[in-house]
Design a protein around this ligand. Sequence first.
Ligand SMILES: Cc1cc2nc3c(=O)[nH]c(=O)nc-3n(C[C@H](O)[C@H](O)[C@H](O)COP(=O)(O)OP(=O)(O)OC[C@H]3O[C@@H](n4cnc5c(N)ncnc54)[C@H](O)[C@@H]3O)c2cc1C
Ligand code: SF4
Length: 309
Amino acid sequence: MIARTKDAAFIAGGTNVVDLMKCGVTSPATLVDITRLPLNSIDADAKRIRIGALVRNSDVAHHPAVVEHFPMLSNAFLAGASPQLRNMATVGGNILQRTRCSYFRDPAAACNKRRPGDGCDAFEGFHRMHAVLGTSDACFATHASDAAVALVALDAIVEIQSVAGSRRISLDEFYALPGETPNVENDLKPGELIVAIEIPHGRAHRHSTYLKVRDRASYEFALVSVAAGLEFDGDRIDEARIALGGVGTIPWRARAAEDALVGTSGDSAFQKAAEIALAHAVPRRDNGFKVELATRAIVRALETVRHGA
Ligand SMILES: Cc1cc2nc3c(=O)[nH]c(=O)nc-3n(C[C@H](O)[C@H](O)[C@H](O)COP(=O)(O)OP(=O)(O)OC[C@H]3O[C@@H](n4cnc5c(N)ncnc54)[C@H](O)[C@@H]3O)c2cc1C
Ligand code: SF4
């Protein structure tokens, strides 16, 4: 039905799509309710965990296998929104939520993401919350999802289905940088449904955390966030995972920083790795503080994983 109907959209928890309909940002001609599809189970085995797209955010956060094997993901879901929203919001909807850029959410403002070629009022406007990594001259809005940051760090795979068949893509490759087409945010084609997220077990996945820095202690989006995981061989780092939220136009995997940590003994290398992660940042008038804040947050997250502090 969704493939045959022009301007149709899926609705899962509805916490994002209905919100955007109310602000006049989106107006799908047809909403297809997917909440009764059998996509709400979590299956875990020795190799991976598979989370159905309709599993609620709170159910992922509290699932024993997630808490034990992927603590950064449990932490990330618990850091998002409020308990009521987490009980409604689904995994598929969470990773597809739109940016919180206030100009995007205001139909009277110019926004290349909403109307390609329109211009961007955020560049001259107030852009304290905006991105410093992966930006373009067309758009520098941040990706809003906390969970997607952890999922990118964990090498998650997205399972997608449509009338044409099914396919899998890594979440890292799923998101698109804004470039000249900020309206294209990901690889999902019209009519395609996310059915599940699969996460492989990994040595650095178990010793991990998610640190979120925000203007108030709860019910607030990230200024900066860090998903970090470490695995040691003796006192040397054998494997590292770092992804950033609040600073990137997409959930930002910091692979060069991860590589810089491997083979080191930890603490002394954390600052260097953090600086590498932000090396290509493009700060602007109101959001320059994010470079230093993210650097410090990375160090703190890594210290927390290492020392359990
Ligand atoms: C006040 C407030 C505070 C919030 N704070 C945070 C926060 O701090 N951190 C955070 O990460 N999030 C936060 N959120 C966002 C919230 O987590 C998302 O709104 C929610 O996760 C979206 O899930 P949903 O199931 O309600 O999606 P919906 O609103 O139902 O859908 C969102 C989008 O995804 C599409 N979609 C949904 N499921 C599928 C699927 N399976 N396949 C293909 N397309 C699909 C829909 O068509 C729609 O375009 C906040 C939201 C609000 C309203
Ligand atoms: S930063 Fe991006 S989303 Fe925000 S107004 Fe500019 S083009 Fe739109």
